[in-house]
Design a protein around this ligand. Sequence first.
Ligand code: GLU
Length: 423
Amino acid sequence: MSTNFSFWNMACQQLDLVAKRMDLDPNIHAKMRHCQRALVVSVPIRMDDGSVKVFEGYRVQHNSERGPTKGGVRYHPGVTLDEVKALAMLMTWKCAVVGLPYGGAKGGIVCDPAGMSLGEIERMTRRYTSEISIIIGPAKDIPAPDVNTNPQVMSWMMDTYSMTVGYSVPGVVTGKPVEIGGSQGRMDATGRGVATVLIAASERLGLHPAQSTVAVQGFGNVGSSAAKFLHGKGFKVVGVSDVGGGLFNPRGLDIPALLAHVKKNPKKRLEGFGGGEYVGDHDAANARLLAMPVDILAPCALENQITAENAGAVKAKIIVEGANGPTTPEADEILSKAGVVVVPDILANAGGVTVSYFEWVQDLQSNFWDEEDVNRSLDRLMMRSFQDVYDVAAREKCDLRMAAQILAVSRVAKASALRGIYP
Ligand code: GLU
């Protein structure tokens, strides 16, 4: 990743393009270009060796005009305030595009969880939660998992918040285990949603699953479950990558066997799997993966992956963004000229926050749904949202990213106009 890349500037640049295209009220546009609230916290914890280490954490709420704010928390050495602000803005658009009654937020801690013990991660999570507890809550801002956070981390967040207020508050975070108020289907929700919109997009282009090849960048929660669903639908997954490297097999990877391998591998990596050619160099594997002669490319890792430098090498017909912000606006332009259809992040990966919303509703009502009900509601909402975006694209004669943003920004703008400015 180039060091001068600003994800926040990129998110604002995308907003400016949309604002211009839809002739957005400049006062509302100006408001949207700022985050409503950003909290920077220091997170001192005792490490296992007895020393004290201080981590930096953030929680940013971009816009709450459509409801309480919502968004994940990521643990990564590359986390910055700039990045978290951008991700919070993307959450505002994401919730609006699928019609959830939320605004956008995001959180993060600058840390490398791979080098920390479980106890250290627990103490860091609890202290971070305590520090941000002044601005989160089931009616205010509801965190969830993101890069390197999981149901266990959400359990600690829920417990810490509950201990502070003196009673159990399951609705304060989503992505929890089902035993403490989590939802059926949440773990697979983002990957399932990615697969649903991808299938809808491929149908429009006349691609058939059984004849289509896919490359998936990232094999975390999103990439691995997207690969699982696509494999199950008959797509041939010919390349995948993770932080360690990439795995390639032109005849198609045996995804269920690969998932089993990663699950039992102590480092949870692709390395060591027999059913493909393994490239153990992260950068080389990613360069090869992004340029594979496949029908579909699914970037499901981090932002700023498909850029002006490598977009020209993309051979896929469809890109479906499982990650947030994987494609820069410059790359978008190159891809669009080359006729590549990009299903944008705010639509493609909205399955996660959608089932988070279902989880929150179940928690508030103490009334829990079957997995079938969750999946049916998710599929219906993803399909309807894809169609809504597709219709805007046809009406406005624009690409799917512009269409999704027009839909999202117009919904937020309407709420903003109705509520007016306080005082
Ligand atoms: N971190 C996920 C995202 O980027 C999920 C957010 C949520 O469930 O609130 O969409």
